[in-house]
Ligand binder design. Structure first.
Ligand SMILES: *Cc1c(COP(=O)(O)O)cnc(C)c1O
Length: 393
């Protein structure tokens, strides 16, 4: 079984490029060039240098001793929370801004829901001195004021999407419209392992530095390069794709994907796509997504903004369908408690997204000598108000 993208842009039956005709030249230019560019020694050198000096990589692989003691197994945390800007998203935006420059682009667009990807994009645009336009639903702009302020401070223009439900999917529509109107000078930075081919594969490759480092770091800790389990939370699926990438074809490595169950899988307020989703087309690719009988995308819900997405990337739809990955759905409540537990046991305040991954230990028993590597995708600073309100701190 192949778990990577094939030459037609598919992971099994998922993926492809379902885009308006007028977007074809932009996507095709990227498709024809992305692998060639990524293989250039100069590109690799610049990418790796920035990951090291600007992002602060390699991120540590930390043995969480007290957490491991509590669950009687061996838990390692891959510390993406220590990256510049506080999460894994910067790995991808650094890669894509370098790609945009190689393709001669001078203007960057992006869409953002909670604002995390908008901040990561505005950051690299400032770094490279490129114009940055971020589309964001009007409702999200009101909900995510600190991230809107960050983007503005970094020099980006934040454009409100005022149509429809005025949230992420409306912002995506605006970004696509912009790209159609500006095909020559503009690159569209997508923030997760989603979108039309080649985006899911390109984003996965930029994020694959996570599993590349895990292999080397685990040798130092455990004298072996493969853990028994890799675990990551899934919104669109970019931190997960990067964490799994170099283990996809290692049969002895079990893969666990953690989705947000929200108030409960059957509550009507959930983002557990693997349970609730059906095959459909979102954001230019065929994948699993939450939709009504007549194919309207349903509004997802999760306490964590980064997991509040109605689909998963096509790689993950394939991992789910083939059974290569075990999918678990974690409620708001379980995630919040797991987040607080990490604070008390390890002195690390995790992003609520990452807290979902941490919550699996209450639901699944591991063997004492199992080696588990969990992607701590981000830090909890951005979620402080949520934690305060939830626990009445
Ligand atoms: C955005 C985000 C996620 C979800 O995005 P993926 O593409 O699924 O990785 C997870 N964790 C954090 C901290 C995020 O900011």
């Amino acid at each position: 079984m192949n778990y990577n993208v094939n030459e037609k842009g598919y992971y099994g039956e998922f993926g492809g490029a379902f885009i308006p005709e007028m977007l074809y030249p932009n996507v095709e230019e990227l498709r024809q060039n992305y692998l060639k560019v990524m293989e250039e020694p100069e590109f690799k050198k610049e990418f790796n240098q920035l990951l090291k000096d600007y992002v602060g990589r390699p991120s540590p692989l930390y043995f969480a001793k007290r957490l491991s003691d509590k669950y009687n197994t061996k838990i390692y945390l891959k510390r993406e929370d220590l990256n510049h800007t506080g999460a894994h998203k910067i790995n991808n935006t650094i890669g894509q801004i370098l790609m945009a420059k190689r393709l001669g682009k001078t203007r960057i667009i992006a869409e953002t829901g909670a604002g995390q990807h908008g901040v990561a994009t505005a950051t690299v645009c400032a770094l490279m001195g490129l114009e940055c336009i971020v589309y964001m639903g009007e409702i999200d702009i009101a909900r995510q004021a600190p991230n809107v302020a960050r983007m503005k401070m970094l020099g980006a223009t934040v454009v409100p999407a005022k149509s429809g439900s005025r949230t992420l999917k409306d912002a995506t529509n605006e970004a696509i419209r912009d790209w159609i109107n500006n095909p020559v000078n503009t690159h569209y930075i997508i923030g997760s392992a989603i979108g039309p081919h080649p985006y899911p594969d390109m984003v996965t490759r930029f994020q694959s530095v996570i599993s590349e480092e895990i292999k080397l770091q685990l040798i130092e800790h455990e004298d072996r390069e493969n853990p028994d389990y890799v675990v990551a939370c899934i919104g669109g699926g970019s931190n997960a794709a990067g964490t799994y990438y170099h283990f996809l074809h290692e049969e002895n490595v079990n893969i666990i994907a953690v989705e947000a169950a929200g108030l409960g899988v059957d509550s009507g307020e959930s983002a557990a796509t693997s349970v609730l989703g059906k095959e459909g087309i979102i954001h230019g690719c065929k994948t699993m997504l939450m939709q009504t009988e007549d194919g309207q995308i349903t509004e997802p819900y999760s306490i964590s903004a980064g997991l509040d997405y109605p689909g998963v990337g096509p790689m993950h739809a394939h991992l789910c369908k083939t059974g290569r990955a075990e999918f678990m759905a974690i409620t708001d409540n379980d995630a919040m408690n797991a987040g607080l537990e990490l604070c008390k046991l390890e002195g690390i305040i995790p992003a609520i997204e990452s807290s979902h991954a941490l919550a699996i230990f209450e639901h699944k028993t591991f063997k004492p000598d199992d080696v588990i590597v969990l992607s701590l995708s981000g830090r909890g600073d951005k979620d402080l108000q949520n934690y305060i309100d939830y626990f009445k701190i």
